[in-house]
Design a protein around this ligand. Structure first.
Ligand SMILES: *Cc1c(COP(=O)(O)O)cnc(C)c1O
Length: 353
């Protein structure tokens, strides 16, 4: 039986993508995708397609942005951002574990102003009413906090470069992408397998810091070589390209956003209605459409609930250790039927209780 995969990442991808990726391992123009040269015409066109689809989905084609697919994960971007852009001081919003890690890296390069933090409340909300100073090199934040299940619903208005980690909600909904100067996202949350990170960067923000930057960590190196300065993660980029094609064939971000909103409404309505459960995120406007975090009010039901969702073919529902309870990650490829299966189990638990 195919599982309903609610895993937080690496995550579910479309079945069609798995089929095409598997076929390409065996035969990609008479070789395996795993053995072709990254400099071959066939792979160069995969890279170009992946880059152009990424920009197209975000509505950023022809607007001074470059799309890169690099190794090192989103965590590498925590330091690359600061290395390339932090001259004196930068402002960060602390909304979760990943934001905290980004702040720690940035502090090695300059002064970090934490404009607000929800750390004292175990990140169960997005801070409000903070002020972003105008004399900083950039403002950095996360749109979606994968571990805690909060999501920023708006784009902050700033006069400084806007830098954003969109690892867990990129391509899931529309935003004012043109307001951003650098967006990065690890592929494994909503775009592809682990092993590559998408960076979309406006070229004119680069080259302004006085320090020397090692070649591999300098965005300009990778821009000048079209993500081919060294051997890129060929297979993860290929699979990301397939997923971006799948998204386009299925109506792009506009269409997937509608489906993602339906999935989120279905699970949150049940969390609110069912008295056995409680949502982790207190304010409705902060709830993530990608990762819904919730707990059982009475741990006496834990064993029964765990057995029931596993029996229903659900995978990956356990919450992160820093939150506990449950986390339903509902990335683009997860169907409404999978969410309905989970809701059915929650209702059955209530009937049995
Ligand atoms: C998972 C995640 C990361 C870390 O990604 P890696 O690719 O494992 O380095 C960073 N930011 C967010 C929002 C994430 O969800």
């Amino acid at each position: 039986m195919l599982k309903h995969n609610f895993s937080a990442g690496p995550c579910i991808l479309p079945q069609e993508v798995f089929k095409k990726a598997a076929a390409a391992v065996l035969n990609f123009n008479d070789l395996s995708i795993l053995e072709i040269s990254h400099r071959s015409k066939d792979f160069v066109s995969v890279m170009e397609k992946a880059q152009s689809l990424a920009l197209e989905h975000l509505g950023l084609t022809g607007k001074g942005y470059k799309a890169l697919f690099l190794g090192g994960g989103a965590s590498m971007q925590f330091l690359m951002v600061a290395y390339n852009l932090l001259e004196k001081k930068a402002a960060y919003l602390n909304t979760g574990t990943w934001a905290d890690k980004a702040i720690k890296e940035a502090k090695m390069f300059g002064e970090v102003i934490e404009v607000a933090s929800s750390k004292a409340d175990n990140y169960n909300h997005i801070p409000k009413g903070y002020v972003i100073p105008e004399d900083v090199d950039y403002f950095h934040f996360q749109t979606n906090n994968t571990i805690f299940g909060t999501q920023m619903q708006y784009t902050p208005d700033v006069s400084v470069p806007l830098i954003c980690d969109m690892s867990s909600d990129i391509f899931s909904r529309q935003r004012d992408f043109e307001k951003y100067d650098l967006i990065y996202a690890g592929a494994q949350k909503n775009m592809g397998p682990a092993g590559t990170t998408l960076i979309v960067v406006k070229e004119d923000i680069l080259g302004k810091v006085s320090r020397q930057i090692p070649s591999m960590l300098d965005y300009r190196t990778h821009i000048s070589k079209d993500s081919m300065f060294n051997t890129p993660p060929v297979f993860p980029i290929y699979v990301s390209m397939l997923t971006l094609e799948w998204l386009k064939e299925n109506g792009g971000i506009d269409a997937i956003e509608k489906l993602n909103n339906q999935k989120a409404a279905l699970i949150y309505n049940e969390i609110d209605r069912n008295e056995l459960f409680n949502g982790f995120v207190k304010e409705k406007e902060d709830r993530s459409a990608m990762n819904a975090t919730f707990v059982l009010n009475d741990s006496a039901h834990t064993a029964a609930f765990d057995a029931m969702w596993k029996e229903a073919g659900i995978n990956g529902l356990n919450g992160h250790r820093s939150v506990g309870g449950y986390r339903a990650s509902m990335y683009n490829a997860l169907t409404l039927e999978s969410v309905q299966t989970l809701v059915d189990v929650m209702q059955q638990l209530e009937k049995n209780a």
